[in-house]
Design a protein around this ligand. Structure first.
Ligand code: 5BU
Length: 374
C-alpha cells in the first residue's frame, strides 16, 4: 500500500483524475488555498458556529459539523443556520461535512439524510456513514442523494389556504371533506366541505373553515442554497466557481479511538462498498490511506490530530484526551500514513488565538503534503 502511486500524486493532478465532481472540486480548492485542513467545529451554539466558520474560513477547505450538539440551530431551510453556513462556505471557499455517522437500516438513513427538521442534505456537501448495518445503507443514501439532485433545480412551493367555501361550490354531490395535500392548485376550494346557511338534501349546512394545503415543484431561478439570502451573502470565493450541487459520502472505515472495534475485516468491507459506489462515495474517514488497487483514488480524511505546543516541533508528544481519543501530528498522518486531509477540533478551538492556531495547523499539514509528493 505504501507504494500506491496516489501517495506521490499532487492534489492538482488528483483533481484532474477524480471521477466524483465534488472530490475534483475539493482538490482544486486545496491547491487554490494551499490547505488540506478540516476544522471540526465542535462548539455549542449556532452563533459560535457561524462566528467560527467566518473566522477560520480562509484557512480551511472543509468545515466539519455535528449539528446535533448545537443549541439554537435555526431550522429554516432558506434563512436558518444551515443556509447561513452554506453562504459562508461559498464566500470563504470550503465544503461542509456533517459528521452525522448514519448507522441504521437503509430506509431510516434516507429519512435522516433528507427529511426531519435539519434537512441535512440541503446544506451539507458531505456526510458520512457507519458501515455496521452493511452496504444497503450506502446504496440507500446514494439513492436519496440522486433523487434530491433531480429535484434540485426546483423548489417546493407550499400554499396554505384557510377559508370558507362559497355557496356556488355546493352541489348535490357531497364534496370531499378531506383537506388536500400534494394537489396542483391552491384555489382554496379543493378541500371544501360545507357552507353558509343553505339547505342541502334537507340538511342544514353549517359554516366550516377549510384548510387546503397544496404543494408543487416550481423551477428555481437560482440554486436553492443561494435563495433568500440577504444581499451580499451570495459572494463566491475568488478563483473558483461555486461548489457543484453533487453530494458526497465518506465511509467511516477506521476510528481514532484507543479501543476501536473497526478492525481490518470491517475496513475491508468499507473499501469494497466504496468501490461499488464510486459516483457517490468520495472516500473515507480513516487513519491511513486505503487505496490499494491501481484504480483506487479515494480521499482520506483523518481525525485525531494535534500539534504539540508552538516551539516544541512535531516530535513532541501529544497525549490523548482521557476519553478514548488519540492524537497524531499532521506530519505523521500525511507523510507517515498517506492521508489527504487532517481534521482538527480542540487543538484549534481551545487556543487563545484560534485564527493563528488554524494557520499553524494549515501550514504544518500543507508542508507535510509537499514533503510527501516531493
Ligand atoms: P478533536 O477535538 O480534534 O479530538 O475532535 C475530533 C472530531 O472528529 C470530533 O468531532 C469527533 O467526533 C470526530 N471524530 C473523531 O475524533 N474520531 C473518529 O474516528 C471519527 C470522528 Br470517525
Amino acid at each position: 500500500m505504501d507504494q500506491h502511486p496516489i501517495l506521490k500524486a499532487t492534489y492538482a493532478s488528483r483533481a484532474e483524475s477524480a471521477t466524483h465532481p465534488l472530490t475534483a472540486y475539493l482538490f482544486r480548492l486545496m491547491e487554490l488555498k494551499s490547505s488540506n485542513l478540516c476544522v471540526s467545529a465542535d462548539v455549542s451554539t449556532a452563533r459560535d458556529l457561524l462566528h467560527l466558520a467566518d473566522k477560520l474560513g480562509p484557512s480551511i477547505v472543509v468545515l466539519k459539523t455535528h449539528y446535533d450538539i448545537i443549541s439554537g440551530w435555526d431550522f429554516n431551510p432558506h434563512t436558518g443556520t444551515g443556509a447561513k453556513l452554506a453562504a459562508l462556505a461559498r464566500r470563504h471557499g470550503f465544503l461542509i461535512f456533517e459528521d452525522r455517522k448514519f448507522g441504521d437500516i437503509g430506509n431510516t438513513v434516507q429519512l435522516q439524510y433528507v427529511a426531519g427538521s435539519a434537512r441535512i442534505i440541503d446544506w451539507a456537501h458531505i456526510v458520512n456513514v457507519n458501515m455496521l448495518p452493511g452496504k444497503a445503507s450506502v446504496t440507500a443514501l446514494a439513492d436519496a442523494a440522486a433523487r434530491w439532485r433531480e429535484r434540485y433545480p426546483y423548489e417546493v412551493r407550499t400554499s396554505v389556504t384557510v377559508g370558507t367555501p362559497r355557496s356556488e361550490s355546493f352541489d348535490d354531490d357531497p364534496p370531499s371533506s378531506a383537506p388536500q395535500a400534494n394537489g396542483n392548485t391552491a384555489d382554496g376550494q379543493s378541500g371544501g366541505s360545507g357552507l353558509g346557511d343553505g339547505k342541502v338534501d334537507g340538511r342544514k349546512g353549517s359554516i366550516v373553515s377549510v384548510t387546503t394545503v397544496t404543494q408543487h415543484y416550481e423551477p428555481a431561478t437560482s440554486p436553492r442554497l443561494t435563495k433568500d439570502m440577504a444581499e451580499g451573502d451570495e459572494t463566491v470565493f475568488a478563483g473558483i466557481e461555486e461548489a457543484p450541487t453533487d453530494r458526497g459520502l465518506l465511509i467511516l472505515a477506521q476510528m481514532s479511538t484507543v479501543d476501536t472495534l473497526a478492525g481490518p475485516a470491517y475496513t475491508a468491507a468499507c473499501v469494497e462498498a466504496a468501490r461499488e459506489h464510486g459516483d457517490f462515495v468520495m472516500g473515507f474517514v480513516s487513519q491511513q490511506n486505503l487505496n490499494t488497487t491501481a484504480d483506487d483514488q479515494f480521499l482520506s480524511m483523518t481525525p485525531g490530530c494535534q500539534l504539540p505546543p508552538e516551539g516544541e516541533g512535531e516530535n513532541g508528544v501529544v497525549a490523548g484526551d482521557g476519553k478514548g481519543q488519540q492524537y497524531n501530528t499532521p506530519r505523521k498522518l500525511i507523510v507517515g500514513k498517506g492521508v489527504d486531509m487532517v481534521i482538527v477540533g480542540r487543538g484549534i478551538l481551545n487556543a487563545a488565538d484560534q485564527k493563528g492556531e488554524a494557520e499553524r495547523y494549515r501550514k504544518a499539514a500543507w508542508e507535510a503534503y509537499l514533503e510527501r509528493v516531493r
